[in-house]
Design a protein. Structure first.
Length: 149
């Protein structure tokens, strides 16, 4: 098995493990109506997201997001196996998608628990899987704009 595939599986597994462990802790120890302040601007909450990022498109339903997630994960794994792009970027994307997919399958919604606000601006709650997706997209954009023809 090629190193990139092994490394990808390790990255994906670590992301899913960390994501699911932190979501379990949030579900277990944070009351859905409660807020735990870590420091000004950083709270832990226990909210459910039935939509996409920021809770948008909730009307499309959980089944839609499950199907899209499965297709996306398959495509990302195919890209990793074929070596078409940087495996690390697609490992972060696949790990994030898999973490949220597990929630959708098991709970019918995604558990979000990190709540951030800065200077009066409030960011919608998110989780480790969302952070992984954001990191993957960030590095994909960097590669896109720095890639030489």
């Amino acid at each position: 098995m090629k190193k990139r595939i092994v490394y990808s599986l390790i990255i994906i597994s670590l992301i899913v493990l960390l994501d699911q462990a932190t979501k379990y802790l949030a579900r277990t120890y944070i009351d859905p109506s409660g807020v735990i302040q870590i420091m000004p601007g950083l709270n832990l909450v226990n909210v459910r997201n039935k939509g996409a990022a920021f809770g948008i498109f909730t009307s499309l339903g959980n089944t839609f997001f499950i199907i899209i997630s499965i297709i996306a994960i398959i495509v990302m794994l195919w890209i990793i196996v074929k070596g078409l792009e940087d495996y690390r970027v697609f490992s972060f994307l696949a790990g994030g998608a898999a973490g949220n997919l597990i929630d959708r399958l098991a709970l019918g919604s995604v558990v979000d628990f990190i709540d951030v606000s800065v200077s009066g601006y409030h960011w919608p709650a998110f989780n480790v899987a969302d952070s992984s997706l954001t990191i993957g997209i960030f590095f994909m954009l960097i590669q896109l704009f720095t890639k030489r023809s």
